[in-house]
Write a protein that binds this ligand. Structure first.
Ligand code: DX5
Ligand code: ZN
Length: 221
């Protein structure tokens, strides 16, 4: 099943609850929540209080993408705020295995994200513990950037790697995905599509219809 994970980084924070309601009514299941600490990435977004607040009115699966240095320090706090899936950056964890184990111990789904220049090898010995791998198709830190084409080969290679090792993982791709390029990302093997700008700019409902139409072509019948 292919899922759209709209990134609220591109939402209008003045109407955040309302816009999340639109997503839910349009049948969206995942909400991608980008947390930036101004240290691991240059910018700062938002943190636990915002997540705890939107949790009160939403049943969506909260897919929390931590662009945070040493995220192990905050895992429990993000669980308490309402996270369902926590994804950490391999590059931001001194002890990646320990961090992933802690996410699992908290009863959450665990994801690991890789920046565009990070090779897949770093996943070799943790892959079987993961529920999801998040392939960054832009350098993390800002919404609205352009998709980096070398990501497509990386998605294909990850799919092969998972297949060989027998690991069952979701492959999520994040950054610069539009209606115009999503076909390539799906063709390469991704099944969770993050999109900020292309969901929230313009008509949210129409944008979701457009993405879903693309997904239908790739669903296994
Ligand atoms: C980038 C974030 C992305 C980003 C996606 O650091 O992780 O989730 O907000 O936004 P668009 O779709 O605008 O590239
Ligand atoms: Zn993200």
């Amino acid at each position: 099943m292919i899922k759209l994970a709209p990134s609220i980084l591109a939402a209008d924070f003045n109407m955040l609850g309302e816009q999340i309601g639109h997503l839910e009514n349009a049948g969206v299941k995942y909400l991608h929540i980008d947390v930036m600490d101004g240290n691991y990435v240059p910018s700062i977004s938002f943190g636990m209080p915002v997540i705890a607040s939107i949790r009160k009115n939403s049943k969506l699966i909260f897919d929390v993408h931590l662009m945070v240095q040493e995220p192990i320090r905050y895992l429990k706090a993000f669980k308490e705020a309402g996270a369902d899936i926590i994804t950490v950056h391999a590059e931001a964890c001194t002890h990646l295995h320990r961090t992933v184990s802690k996410i699992k111990e908290l009863g959450l789904k665990a994801g690991v994200s890789l920046n565009p220049a990070t090779p897949l090898d770093v996943l070799e010995y943790v892959l079987e513990d993961l529920d999801m791998v998040l392939i960054m198709s832009v350098n993390p830190g800002y919404g609205g950037q352009s998709f980096i084409p070398s990501t497509l080969q990386k998605i294909k290679d990850l799919k092969t790697m998972a297949h060989k090792s027998g690991a069952i993982i979701d492959i999520e791709v994040d950054g610069g995905i539009t209606i115009a390029n999503v076909d390539y990302v799906l063709e390469a093997g991704a099944n969770v599509i993050v999109s900020g700008t292309s969901v929230f700019v313009g008509d949210i409902n129409q944008n979701i219809v457009d993405f879903n139409r693309k997904f239908t072509k790739f669903e296994v019948v």
